[in-house]
Design a protein around this ligand. Structure first.
Ligand SMILES: *Cc1c(COP(=O)(O)O)cnc(C)c1O
Length: 456
């Protein structure tokens, strides 16, 4: 055993291998040496009498592979051919060109992020966005943090810590990724008071639980599931009347935060932030990167006095949004004020595109893929979804390219890990590329990638 251990290559032997020497022109010698040491110590600790001693070349290859795979910029761009418009695993909403540029510009030089240029005094990074959010939703003020989960945590902590929060039994749900309403309430120091039943809750159920200890009435939009049949839930208007009468703030988590009515495109209705405010909600919460089509953000709009309470809470500092997101969100909101959201914001382009366009594009692209006896390619009618916890069960007619190969799983893996990563969907033993979520600028790369994957 001692003999075996002595045969393990030394750090300096691995360092002098050519592949490693080449990497040393780009990367820190210290960092590479450290990686080799770790690798060798791993070999040392797993070796036994039966195992072969890895050669210098083997170690150097493992270390080089690790560096080439991991010490590169990330995340990698992928083509979303799944047909799921807001795909959390793929980074949710792609930004408009203008929003993306704003994020780049904001990070290129110093900025007036927290400085009033007129007075030379300290300013607030929230002032502008608060104005824009007011203009768009009719709310008195707005506040932006890192994501909606953080916004809810902040809202409940600032307004209801040590108090009771009344929630309908049908809404004490899990939103996704283990984010559960009862847990958020517990974390914020509030006590959950569940009222009504799973399928039916009335205003009187809330009213009966109102008392000295009540901190808020909290309504959560069922964004990722649907209860159908014999159901009832009070409207935000009814809850707001109750809230106003008893001096209790009504908080409304609308989830997706679509400023555009999705029924315009034949989809089911979503609660719009502007409607929530109009109905009297004291605070309305939503995400920046779902149906708003902007960067990751959590947005709160509502009464000035409550927004101020949230702004002054220590968690507001902990959840502070960064300047790149803020810049991108600002420009995304301006698209709505210019009434150009549908033409500029990628997810709204995808949702609003004419079906006939998708068919024409699919037809044109499919003919660019060379034929063979080994596979078949054809254009098919398919269904896209919104995803990202928005509009559950809703689908949109779409067109896609269907590729039939002997092993769809293998093909999908190959095209995911290729030079251009494409993420298709597998349906009934065929690989499907849904045109709706593929950006037009990606068409050529998509066809090159499909062709290459089929032929290699
Ligand atoms: C998605 C969602 C959240 C969480 O929002 P993030 O921005 O992802 O943190 C909260 N509530 C509802 C109803 C949602 O749909």
């Amino acid at each position: 055993m001692q003999d075996k251990l002595r045969q393990i290559p030394s750090v300096s032997a691995v360092l002098s291998d050519v592949r490693i020497s080449e990497l040393m022109t780009d990367f820190s010698t210290e960092a590479i040496t450290d990686l080799i040491r770790k690798k060798l110590s791993q070999v040392r600790s797993t070796i036994d009498n039966k195992s072969d001693i890895p050669t210098i070349l083997e170690i150097s290859n493992q270390v080089s592979d690790h560096i080439e795979r991991n010490w590169v910029s990330w995340p990698k761009n992928v083509i979303n051919a799944t047909g799921v418009v807001i795909h959390t695993n793929l980074g949710r909403a792609p930004l408009s060109i203008e929003s993306m540029q704003a994020a780049i510009d904001s990070s290129k030089t110093y900025s007036d992020l927290e400085l009033e240029l007129d007075s030379g005094k300290r300013g607030s990074r929230q002032a502008r966005i608060s104005q824009l959010l007011s203009s768009l939703t009719g709310a008195e003020a707005g506040l932006v943090v890192n994501n909606n989960a953080a916004a809810l945590m902040l809202g409940l902590s600032a307004l209801a810590s040590g108090k009771e929060v009344i929630v309908s039994r049908s809404e004490a749900v899990e939103i996704g990724g283990g984010f559960r309403i009862p847990d958020v309430l517990k974390q914020s120091g509030a006590t959950l008071i569940e009222v009504g039943t799973t399928n039916r809750t009335y205003v009187t159920d809330y009213e009966k639980e109102l008392r000295e200890e009540t901190g808020a009435i909290f309504s959560i939009h069922a964004s990722n599931f649907k209860i159908i049949g014999f159901t009832a839930n009070p409207s935000i208007t009814d809850l707001s009347i109750l809230g106003t009468r008893s001096g209790i703030p009504v908080l409304h988590d609308v989830g997706s935060g679509s400023l555009i009515d999705p029924t315009k495109y034949g989809l089911a209705p979503e609660p719009l932030p502007q409607e929530s405010i109009d109905a009297g909600a004291d605070l309305c919460f939503f995400s920046g990167d779902k149906l708003l089509g902007g960067p990751q953000a959590g947005i709160v709009v509502g009464r000035k006095t409550y927004i101020e309470q949230l702004s002054n809470h220590p968690l507001a500092r902990a959840f502070r949004i960064d300047k790149m997101n803020l810049a991108a969100l600002t420009v995304t909101l301006i698209h709505y004020l210019k009434e150009e959201a549908q033409t500029k914001i990628p997810i709204w382009q995808m949702i609003s595109v004419e079906l006939e366009n998708l068919r024409t594009r699919a037809d044109r692209l499919a003919t660019m893929i060379p034929g063979s006896d080994l596979y078949s390619v054809k254009v098919i009618a398919t269904k896209s979804t919104i995803g990202g916890g928005s509009l559950p069960g809703e689908t949109m007619d779409s067109y896609g390219i269907q590729v039939k190969v002997s092993s769809p799983e293998k093909f999908a893996r190959k095209i995911r890990t290729g030079i251009t990563s494409v993420i298709p969907r597998i349906e009934k033993d065929a690989v499907i590329f849904d045109l709706r979520t593929i950006l037009q600028i990606e068409d050529d790369a998509l066809i090159a990638s499909i062709t290459h994957t089929l032929q290699n």
